[in-house]
Unconditional design. Structure first.
Length: 135
């Protein structure tokens, strides 16, 4: 894909994602950040037009009715929002032990694996990679 095609794909995914979350404030920022990170970390060869179309169709399904697609998108954004906040209600100022750092780094590996398998099965490109920074 050319650079213009990648930018166009980003815009289409972002617009449809906003419609899928009905422009709700915490969800739209979480979706934007995940989409932005995945496009910045990937290269143009990673983006296959058919996968992008399948992802857009999935997001259209989440927009149209409150079915399985809507529940998947809602729960993914909820987990990603908690993950970005550190998984805690209030931030603590204490220093993390090495065991706590390891737990925060690896806690979402199973979720990411499930998202990758969903992408592979349905031919989609939902963002499955997360940063390995525990803070």
């Amino acid at each position: 894909m050319s650079k213009e095609d990648v930018v166009q794909a980003y815009r289409r995914l972002y617009r449809q994602g906003l419609r899928a979350v009905q422009f709700s404030k915490p969800a739209r920022y979480t979706f934007r950040d995940r989409l932005r990170t995945s496009f910045r970390r990937g290269n143009a060869t990673d983006f296959v037009p058919q996968k992008i179309e399948n992802t857009l169709e999935f997001l259209r399904g989440a927009t149209a009715e409150r079915g399985l697609e809507h529940k998947i998108v809602k729960n993914l954004l909820f987990v990603w929002w908690h993950q970005d906040r550190g998984g805690m209600r209030k931030a603590t100022q204490k220093k993390l032990t090495p065991a706590e750092v390891e737990l925060r780094v690896t806690a979402y590996d199973t979720l990411n694996y499930n998202i990758m398998m969903l992408n592979e099965t349905m031919g989609m490109c939902l963002p499955a990679k997360t940063l390995r920074d525990p803070n």
